[in-house]
Design a protein around this ligand. Sequence first.
Ligand SMILES: Nc1ncnc2c1ncn2[C@@H]1O[C@H](COP(=O)(O)OP(=O)(O)OP(=O)(O)O)[C@@H](O)[C@H]1O
Length: 453
Amino acid sequence: MVDRSIPVLEVQEVAFGYKQQALLYDVSLAIQAGEMVGLLGPNGSGKTTLLRLLSGVLQPHQGRILLEGRELRHWGRRKAAQRIAVVPQELHMPFAYTVAQMVGMGRTPFVSSFWGSGNSDDREIIQQAMREAGVDTLAERIFNELSGGERQRVTIAMALAQQPTILLLDEPTSHLDIKYQIETLELVQHLNRQRGMTVIAAMHDLNLASRYFSRLLLFQRGIVADATPAEVLEPGLLSRVYGIDVQVGILRGAEHLSVLPPSRDALPLKSNKPASRVHLIAGGGSGELVMRALADAHIPFSAGALNIGDSDHTLALRLAEDVITEQPYTPISASVLEQVRQRLQQVDLLILCPAAIGPGNLPLFQEALRAARHGLRVILVAAPLQTTCAPDAISDSHKEGVAQLLQLFAARDYTGGDGLRCLQQLMQAGAISVDSTAALLEETRKHIAYAFD
Ligand SMILES: Nc1ncnc2c1ncn2[C@@H]1O[C@H](COP(=O)(O)OP(=O)(O)OP(=O)(O)O)[C@@H](O)[C@H]1O
């Protein structure tokens, strides 16, 4: 019996990476029994990894995953599999199993023998699972000889034979033609509505996701958005996360959203040209407080370049008007640097957060210096940043503040001195330093041509 007062699945501050390379960080989410959640995100954003963590196949490096309030790793494989079934993207079988044998394997968590107990209850459950997934006519066919779409429906039948309360699906419609895509999602919706099954599915088709899922999670190594389809399928947000312009239309009512490429003769999208006059350079979490302060103060800003997978990148996707994105774990490339250069020509103010400086991001600081020498106002943010409300938190002694700030950057300079020299030159070029969010906001407002309420 599921206790509906606690989430059926809960992710608490989970971090995970493959081979010590960080992939997911600070993922927290709660899923109530009976919810239908679509997991969206670009290729490589970590959707499959999150599903594998939720199924217990992978263990978080930090944080906890709770199933019905109890830590998943304490359930044991068999007990967890009696509740959670997974429909993977692809399933390769080493032997020539028939479809009926494959679906029978779905009963494994409930019986002692690999092929099931063979009792009439099990046989009926297997038959029903094959009927529901539309593969009963394929029962004696060899699984490996089926088409991709047929195989996908057999894996759904296997999951149904498991009679789970939670169904995790990894791109369940990717190999299916439009008829089977719709039939599969109708089936999943039926299981959700009629049997109260909790469904979490990674989806690439944003239109189908918005049609069938009442809650969407937009994922990019962390949760960028978690809301209704109307809130998540916002053109600016999608453009930032997927790196491509889209239009979102409404087809007969808000629940029928449609995401399309912009038509050729359409006017450039608003999101292409951020109205922000403030740009932020950060990285490694150094921009978090600054971004939150700017967003709370309704000051639009752009950010970058930031690497995918950096916590500042995920937060910027959520809070910034525009994000200049670099691939994970790569130095800033010439083309991305050119985007930064162009952005710095458009803005009135640059905020430099106390990120560690290494050979990979040094060009960003050099670009900042070049822009400062051409007259761009630059604010250097100290760490730790005071979050007091009163603007009198600006350092009493400016000189002392600057010395401290340079000391701080020196400790995070991994360029053999080039980074620190660049910052000293920035100060000489007129950059100012702030050590509180209040001072930052005051300075920011001074330098941008917006009217604030
Ligand atoms: N077993 C593994 N070992 C090392 N790296 C892995 C492993 N599995 C996945 N990755 C890497 O982790 C990142 C996220 O992969 P994941 O499959 O979770 O993303 P995804 O959002 O499901 O992608 P897609 O939409 O392309 O299926 C990718 O860069 C991938 O190469």
